[in-house]
Every structure is written in C-alpha cells, then in structure tokens.
Design a protein around this ligand. Structure first.
Ligand SMILES: NC(=O)c1ccc[n+]([C@@H]2O[C@H](COP(=O)([O-])OP(=O)(O)OC[C@H]3O[C@@H](n4cnc5c(N)ncnc54)[C@H](OP(=O)(O)O)[C@@H]3O)[C@@H](O)[C@H]2O)c1
Length: 298
C-alpha cells in the first residue's frame, strides 16, 4: 500500500449500483475519494469527469491517484478494450493497486470481458484485487421493480435454478476495504449473499416482507425479451439479461462463498433485509412518483 496516510482512491462507475455505495463507504475512511463519471455534478468537489471512451478525460481523472476501482460499464458495444487502455494510463499516472468489479465464475470463462480485464491487470505493473460478484439484489429494484409493483409478479426466465444473490452494499463494503487496507493484494474473492435461492423462494421472501402475494412467472426467453423491449430496454441489455437468467436456469449461479463474512467480519445481508430496505421501490404509488426509491437504508 501507499506510504501516504491518506491515499487518493479513484472510483469509476461512481454513479452506478456498486460505485455509489463505494463512494459512500470511502467517505467514512481515511482517504481522499475521487468519484469519476461522465457527467459529474458541478457542486460535488469530489466528482471529476471521466469517460472510458474519451482518453482526453483520463489525465485529470487519474492524476495523483493511488488506488483504482474499475467498473466495466455494462454497455457491451461501445467500451471494448478501452477499459484496459484506461487502466494502463492510470498505472502510468501512479496508481499501484487496482480493484476490479468482476463476475462470479469469471475464472472459468476466458471469453468474458471481465476475465479479459482481470488477465490484463494481473500482467500489469500493479497489484490487484478481483471482486467476483454474484447477481446483485439491486437488479430487482433497477430492472424488475415495475413487474413487482404493478403486477405483483417476478417475470424472469430462470426456471428452477438457484442464485446466490448478493447485496451491492456488501460488494461496496468489500471494495472499500480492498481499496484502502492491507491484506488484499493479488487476491480474488467470490462475493455472494448468505444463501442460494430459486425464484419460487425469492417470491416467497418478497411476499412475506411486502405483506402481499408476489408470484413467480417463468416466461420463455421470447416472452421475456418482448416484455423488456416493449418497456424500452436496449436489445443488447436484454440479451445480457437472457444470458444471466439462462446461467441461473442451468444451475450455474448458485455457488455460495463465505468471502464476504471473512472480509467484513459479519454476515452478508440476506434478501429479506434488502427487500425491507428497498420496500418503497416495490410498493404501488400512493400519490408519490412511482419510480422514486425513497428511504433506502445504506
Ligand atoms: N448487475 C449484476 O447483477 C452484476 C453482478 C456482477 C457483476 N456485475 C458487473 O458490474 C458492472 C456494473 O454493472 P451495473 O449493471 O451495476 O451497472 P452500473 O454500475 O449501475 O452502471 C454503469 C456505470 O458505468 C458508468 N459508465 C457508463 N458508461 C461509461 C463510460 N463510457 N465511461 C465511464 N463510465 C461509464 C456509469 O456512470 P455515468 O453514466 O455517470 O458515467 C455508471 O456509473 C458490470 O461490469 C457488470 O457486468 C453486475
């Protein structure tokens, strides 16, 4: 780690599902945080403009950075290998430790873009930590909230397969630890929730916590794709989702690891806690804007 008592931590994807919580976690640690995003708010002194596809933004974004959190944007068509080029630029600027947000099972899938980033970082002139995260619980409020709120249903083509859902807040807590503390150099962690659940069990948790009946529909790939496209999702994103739910349906998403508890010294959050904290996203509107996620406890 850097000899400096207050390292400067660079966070890409700082407005995203995990990155937002990473910035929040780092705010409670002894470090200087730089939140990188394409359109940073003018009134945030920690926010700096950064775009993986615009190398002209990299110099200012990376200057003086010690550690770097890498979030590969989910946009699969436009980012490509520029992520690796940006990482190289950050290392040339002085970054010595890179924490990569990766995907559970990446080590077994050489074609996965996250695995290509991992391999690039492992060969680069820096130390690293790979965070191979399972499926985020937050996908429910980001992608499926309307189905739950308006139709009382989970509409995913995941069959009877299980998934070891992890709360993005726990992934962020591990990331903050790896970005600022010793002991995580050149390690890869599998970040999962406490248990693997199939979507029948997920629906039961939602029903129990929300106090109304949420049912699990098992649409085929075509029906699922049609509904998501009709809802305005991009075709590339729908394909990614289909791939993810197929992985679950085939029984490949249910591995549970104790890495989160080992690193944080506490159990990962269970699904019921997530649903309770995000209750507003799944509750039919009563005069408030339906899409607003209010009172999320971080
Ligand atoms: N969703 C899951 O269940 C899951 C599980 C494991 C791993 N992952 C991985 O986690 C990563 C994040 O996925 P997510 O779905 O949670 O997305 P996200 O982090 O919520 O959103 C993407 C982030 O990328 C930033 N971004 C987009 N285009 C960019 C660009 N050209 N240059 C710089 N930043 C850019 C966006 O920030 P601005 O718009 O502010 O620039 C936003 O903060 C992905 O690599 C995904 O594969 C996801």
């Amino acid at each position: 780690m850097n000899a400096s008592p207050e390292p400067t931590v660079l966070v890409t994807g700082a407005t995203g599902t995990v990155g937002e919580f990473v910035v929040e976690e780092l705010g409670q640690r002894e470090c200087t945080v730089r939140a990188l995003s394409r359109d940073p708010p003018a009134d945030d002194e920690h926010a700096v403009a950064f775009d993986f596809t615009k190398p002209e933004t990299w110099g200012r974004a990376f200057e003086g950075g010690d550690t770097l959190f890498v979030v590969r944007p989910p946009d699969i068509t436009r980012v490509g290998s520029t992520v690796n080029s940006a990482i190289d630029a950050a290392i040339r600027s002085g970054v010595h430790h890179v924490v990569v947000l990766s995907v559970l099972g990446a080590e077994r899938n050489p074609l996965l873009p996250h695995r290509r980033i991992e391999r690039h970082v492992a060969d680069a002139d820096c130390t690293y930590t790979f965070l191979r995260a399972s499926f985020f619980m937050q996908n429910f409020d980001e992608v499926h909230a309307a189905d739950i709120r308006e139709r009382d249903e989970l509409f995913v083509p995941a069959g009877d397969g299980t998934t070891s859902f992890v709360d993005a807040r726990d992934v962020a807590a591990v990331a903050a630890e790896a970005l600022t503390e010793h002991g995580h150099v050149n390690r890869a962690y599998d970040l999962t929730g406490p248990e693997a659940l199939d979507y029948h069990e997920v629906a039961a948790v939602f029903s129990d916590v929300l106090g109304r009946d949420i049912s699990y529909r098992q649409p085929g790939a075509l029906a699922f794709g049609r509904r998501k496209l009709d809802a305005g999702e991009q075709p590339g994103f729908v394909l990614v989702m289909l791939g993810i739910y197929t992985t679950a349906r085939l029984g490949l998403a249910g591995r549970v690891s104790d890495d989160v508890s080992w690193i944080l010294g506490r159990d990962p959050r269970p699904l019921a806690e997530y649903v309770a904290d995000y209750r507003a996203a799944f509750t039919p509107a009563t005069g408030e804007p339906a899409t607003e996620v209010a009172h999320v406890q971080h």
